[in-house]
Design a protein around this ligand. Structure first.
Ligand code: EPZ
Length: 421
């Protein structure tokens, strides 16, 4: 298992190119199941999660061809061989459950392993199941698998979601494109990745309106065709790298960054004393003084503060001036980075879903361990600000969601290297 060694204290200066969004690509790839025509995705990120989704789709008989070192993915499901998403793959990546809706819509059948829990929570699928049952699917849980059938195909329906689940919205949105009649998703998730999926489905011939709002209307069509679609910029990678100069000092321009993707996050950065400037190529970020100010954060569904940037923000607030209160309202256990930051000298108290961070002047480098994707990158960032060396182990978590993090940070002056075990 690889580790990453970071030596703190060097200000960062230069440009970081932001890749296509992992969480968009992971729902765009299964969309190929809706049509026998090819789907070409450009600006695709090069990540291990994409490799996992590729393996899953190939296990169903989908042809997946990676071009340009993985920046272009060409998918075709004209020769399907299975409608079963196996536990061995699904347990590694929850997003595997996004084959459920498309398989049901086009093949009227799907057998998908429940993902099982992960470090950040139990992550059930009740919202997905209730919604698809409202569209006529019969779904039974047996031996850890969801066995779903839609005799005669899915039917359009009014589908109120009890919570604006991103994955459930994506599954229903994809399923509804081929359902008979009109589907209305109420309390739909509004994340940019949903908007990107709707754009791609529309390019394939789907009839969709309202994406990005809480109500999405889909008119089912008989079939979908071919499309080429550029994956939207990764707003979580963007927010992560926007924080790098706040930790280390200096100024960094995030190429491809767009303010509309990170609105609520930028509001918090502004309150913390960080300047964010739009340039013709992206977003330029610089700390106003040599120490950020404490701010309170509550994670919400989009357009609120994203849960996927909570760990990175907490790490930054560890050395801010004052006390910050962070409330995690999306997942039940997403503070595992806190004990690791405390090993670096942070002063954090966790009570259930609330973490109180008392800013200290400086963190001290230490050996720390990654526990999930976003926690791992928060420890890398903390290492940029810490005195001395920080060794982050189990960086396979990191590689799931961040392309070549040591190259991107190294290119702007960070002292960072990957130590292969
Ligand atoms: C997506 O996960 C993202 N993953 C997550 O990013 C992100 O944190 C999350 O949305 C919230 O924004 C992908 O897009 C691949 P949810 P998803 O369904 O769809 C509960 C990362 O780091 N829930 O919106 O699984 C659930 O337990 C990952 O890139 C139910 O109770 O998120 C959680 O507490 C981590 N029943 C909350 O809703 C359900 O049927 C949010 O889940 C579904 C969800």
């Amino acid at each position: 298992m690889d580790s990453i060694l970071v030596t703190g204290g060097t200000p960062l200066n230069g440009q970081i190119a932001i890749a296509g969004a992992k969480n968009a690509a992971l729902t765009l790839m299964p969309a190929t199941l809706l049509s026998e025509e090819p789907l070409t995705l450009t600006n695709a990120p090069r990540l291990s999660d994409i490799k996992t989704m590729t393996a899953l789709l190939q296990s169903l008989g989908v042809e997946v061809t990676a071009l340009q070192d993985g920046k272009v993915q060409v998918l075709s499901s004209h020769a399907m061989t299975s409608t079963t998403a196996d536990y061995e793959i699904v347990r590694k990546m929850r997003a595997s459950n996004l084959v459920l809706g498309p398989l049901l819509a086009r093949h009227h059948k799907a057998t998908v392993s429940l993902p099982g829990g992960c470090a950040i929570g139990a992550r059930p699928m009740d919202i997905h199941v209730t919604a698809l049952e409202a569209m006529g699917a019969e779904i039974e849980l047996k031996d850890g698998y969801l066995h779903a059938v839609a005799k005669g195909g899915l039917k359009g329906a009014k589908v109120p979601l009890r919570f604006a689940s991103v994955g459930a919205t994506e599954n229903v949105l994809m399923a509804a494109t081929l359902a008979k009649g009109t589907t209305l998703i109420e309390n739909a998730a509004r994340e940019p990745e949903i908007v990107d999926l709707a754009k791609c489905l529309r390019a394939m011939g789907a009839q969709i309106s309202g994406e990005g709002t809480s109500t999405i209307e889909i008119q089912g069509v008989d079939r979908l065709g071919a499309a080429t679609h550029p994956v939207v910029t990764d707003r979580i990678e963007l927010g992560t790298y926007m924080l790098a100069p706040v930790f280390a000092g200096g100024e960094v321009e995030c190429l491809g960054g767009r303010l509309d993707l990170v609105g609520s996050f930028v509001e918090k950065l502004d309150a913390a004393g960080v300047d964010v400037t739009e340039t013709k190529d992206g977003l330029k970020v610089k700390r106003r003084t040599d120490r950020a100010k404490a701010v309170d954060v509550v994670t919400e569904v989009f357009p609120g503060f994203p849960t996927d940037l909570q760990a990175q923000m907490m790490a930054m607030l560890c050395t801010a001036e004052g006390t910050s209160v962070l409330e995690e309202k999306i997942f039940e256990n997403r503070f595992m980075h806190a004990p690791e930051l405390i090993r670096m000298g942070a002063d954090i108290e966790v009570q259930g879903g609330v973490a109180t961070v008392h800013g200290v002047k400086r963190l001290k480098g230490a050996p720390v361990m990654a526990t999930d994707l976003r926690a791992s990158v928060s420890l890398i960032l903390a290492g940029l600000a810490a005195e001395g060396e920080t060794m982050v182990s189990r960086v396979y978590h990191l590689d799931r969601g961040y392309e070549h993090v040591e190259e991107k940070l190294g290119a702007v002056g960070a002292r960072i290297e990957r130590i292969s075990a």
